[in-house]
Design a protein around this ligand. Structure first.
Ligand SMILES: Cc1cc2nc3c(=O)[nH]c(=O)nc-3n(C[C@H](O)[C@H](O)[C@H](O)COP(=O)(O)OP(=O)(O)OC[C@H]3O[C@@H](n4cnc5c(N)ncnc54)[C@H](O)[C@@H]3O)c2cc1C
Length: 388
């Protein structure tokens, strides 16, 4: 790993700063309140080249890696976009792009990657189910072969952007769990056209991040052509793993990005606000908790860089990715919490945005992998017995 800033990294950082300058907290406050998709921001990400960062150059992308994507996400989040900096990139430009790049057929790459790079195609990712929850190997959505098609039946929960996405990567079972030797066998991924007959989408009312909808998705006899199988039949688990590590790296970037945004906002406020004839920031009871959280965010961001570097080298990176995700989220949550404290009662007012960032960052301890499951993975790598 090289800590010198390359020309590409400098460019990514300055481009992300320029985008965020046009889509700052006021914009997101309004989008959140109105529950509106941020089409302007989405289009701007396309023009800035961020939707195509991970897409190989031959399909119109920049051919870069997760190190650059993590930097873009963290900068967008930290410079004013909050969770949106990761949220609008992680599913399509992150997971779908990587899944298709690594496991797609040539026809799939030509069909999807070019449109992903321009921002013309929006993907949702259908993993979670109401019954299986965190235990992805327990998914019950079935895909059964019928001639040159598969027929999908099942139900997904919390599928972000599924109300407006063009496609969904759906995790299914082609062989039931009871019939496979290892739980990871028998899983297959499909790229489903969201206009296909038999798909019904119903939004879930949620606590924050209302500039996107997360929905229940019902699949009833949805017919999918066999050429839309992504990766191997029954071997989809490993294709999914290729997509999960970038997602966790993206959420690590959100943890430190939102945390830094809240901390920087609170530092400016604490320099300005005087109540006992001195700026409140001169009291160490106000400055130290934010400073400590900031220091922890800096170390977590370094671990994210390492995880992303390993991923980009094609190396095993599960341990580093989970350490980065778990620590970035803890440090970021502490930063937002202490920033809210520095704002006193005004931290509770929507006009100062901290309460919104608090709602946003709290998602990162629940998804895409909960903190407990990230620590389960880390503990197992350290030598503890597997507990699940
Ligand atoms: C806003 C939002 C957007 C989302 N977007 C998507 C999306 O686009 N696509 C998608 O597929 N999913 C999405 N999710 C789903 C998210 O990934 C899941 O909510 C998450 O994986 C947890 O599943 P669950 O809610 O069923 O929790 P459960 O599995 O019921 O778990 C409940 C609690 O028990 C804990 N727990 C369970 N088993 C263990 C264990 N063995 N050891 C320790 N603790 C354990 C969990 O950590 C958790 O705290 C989204 C969720 C939200 C809230």
């Amino acid at each position: 790993m090289n800590f010198e800033s390359t020309e590409e990294r400098t460019m990514i950082r300055s481009t992300a700063e320029a985008v965020a300058a046009d889509y700052g907290p006021e914009y997101w406050r309004e989008k959140e309140e109105n529950g509106e998709f941020a089409q302007g921001f989405w289009d701007e990400l396309g023009e800035a080249g961020f939707h195509g960062l991970l897409v190989p150059e031959e399909y119109g992308g920049a051919g870069m890696g997760m190190q650059e994507m993590g930097l873009a996400m963290e900068t967008l989040c930290a410079e004013g976009c909050g969770m949106a900096g990761t949220w609008y990139l992680v599913l399509t430009a992150g997971m779908a792009a990587v899944g298709i790049r690594e496991n797609g057929t040539e026809a799939q790459k030509e069909r999807y990657l070019t449109d992903i790079a321009t921002g013309e195609r929006n993907f949702s990712i259908g993993i979670t189910e109401p019954e299986a929850g965190t235990n992805t190997l327990n998914v019950a959505t079935r895909a059964e072969k019928d001639g040159d098609e598969y027929v999908l039946n099942g139900q997904k929960a919390w599928i972000t952007f599924s109300d407006r996405a063009d496609n969904m990567v759906v995790v299914t079972r082609t062989t039931p769990l009871e019939e496979v030797e290892r739980g990871t066998d028998g899983i297959s991924l499909f790229i489903v056209d969201m206009d296909a007959a038999g798909i019904d989408v119903s939004p879930i009312s949620k606590h924050g991040i209302n500039y996107s909808k997360s929905c229940e998705v019902f699949l009833e006899d949805v017919r999918v052509p066999e050429e839309d199988l992504l990766g191997e039949e029954d071997g989809g688990w490993w294709s999914l793993v290729d997509m999960l590590n970038p997602e966790r790296i993206g959420f690590a970037a959100a943890g430190t990005g939102i945390g830094k945004l809240a901390a920087d906002t609170a530092i400016a406020y604490a320099n300005d606000r005087e109540v006992f004839d001195a700026p409140i920031g001169s009291h160490q009871a106000v400055s130290f908790p934010i400073t400590k959280a900031y220091a922890r965010m800096e170390t977590a961001a370094l671990m994210r860089e390492k995880a992303a570097w390993l991923y980009d080298q094609g190396e095993e990176c599960g341990y580093e990715t989970n350490v980065a995700k778990a620590t970035a989220v803890e440090a970021g949550i502490e930063a937002v919490k202490q920033s809210m404290q520095a704002f006193g009662g005004w931290g509770y007012a929507t006009e100062y945005d901290i309460e919104r960032w608090w709602r946003e960052i709290n998602l990162t301890r629940l998804a895409p992998v909960s903190q407990q499951m990230a620590y389960n993975h880390i503990g197992q790598q350290l030598g503890f017995p597997r507990s699940y």
